[in-house]
Design a protein around this ligand. Sequence first.
Ligand code: GMT
Length: 393
Amino acid sequence: MTIGITCYPTFGGSGVVATELGKALAARGHTVHFIAYALPLRLEHVAENVFFHEVRVNTYPLFEYPPYALALASKMIDVVKHEGLDLLHVHYAIPHATSAVLARQILDASGMGVPVVTTLHGTDITLVGKDPSFKPVVEHAIDTSDGVTAVSDWLRRETYASFDVSNEIEVIPNFIDTERFKRQPKDHFKQAIAPDGERLLVHVSNFRRVKRARDVVEVFARLHAEGAWPEDHPRHGQPGGVKLLMVGDGPDRAASELAVREAGLWSEARFLGKQEPVEEILSIADLFLMPSGSETFGLAALEAMACGVPVVSSDIGGLPELNVDGETGFLRPLGDVAGMTAASRQILSSPAIQARMAHAARQRAETEFELDRIVPQYEAHYRRVMDRREGSA
Ligand code: GMT
């Protein structure tokens, strides 16, 4: 197949999923054309069957708001016509799905229309899309897409509950390359960060409010005060025993740093900023914290699990479909910092529990979310959508 993929190239999990999907499809012999306003971040390697088409929006004094959605639709039309695309797959409904159905409508007039698959990821449904300034347009884009997928069953249900749509939505979860994301021997790195055998708490996010990074700091401060040395450590029962690594950057980073300083724990924590490859950091982690206020799937937690790291997360959104309470980590109610602290201490202070959950986390990533298991679900979805459209022509 020759597939066009549109995504946000620089921010967020939807861009990562779209880019990794495109790379995986190319590795399976398909030709992939990325259409976006910048080169997707993880599209670092050149391949003979992967192409990138940049969408440029001309500025004009009249345009206080450059019409990106229209420039994108025009570029889609151009790529469909000249590269012979079989299908357009857009990630994140706003405005990508609308641009794609517009492009298809224009191409249909000359018999060149291709099916449009829309994948719903997150705030396109849970936040931004619900706003009255977008809602009717999002509903139209979902209902007129030829295929719609959502990254969790929770997101599927939420879409039906919040929007007046009737199109079928197939759940295809996020996926992970377990060859890349696996625990690597990084003992020297761990020794440098935690020289006295402290346990390592890791958080990876874009530090938007919704990630609740300050809850991470609060859990860390409580653990530190109450002591999180493992039960086989000579200092078990004393304060300390835990270090914090904060990975990523965004609006809440400064406030989180301040909270660490105010807690007097600056020497026990490190804010590393944006990091690639994150799997090297996850390889020295003992626990991953994701106290998010909203999370349709939780790709960062899946990356941690693939690296054999148990997860303590909130129990909202799609997280219970990923993190199994008492097995791969613990789920606690949103904002329950005390509960998350107790759950974290249970894992960090018992080497046996930590090892059992680390193993279960890796197993779950491998058996349920491995790339080779999920990518064929997209291929099958594409085939169904193409057959349906051919049948109705
Ligand atoms: O919607 C967002 O806040 C960002 C969004 C994105 O499109 O990058 O992230 C979402 O998509 C990821 C990939 O499907 C999911 O793993 C994340 O859970 C989800 N983020 C939120 O729901 C906050």
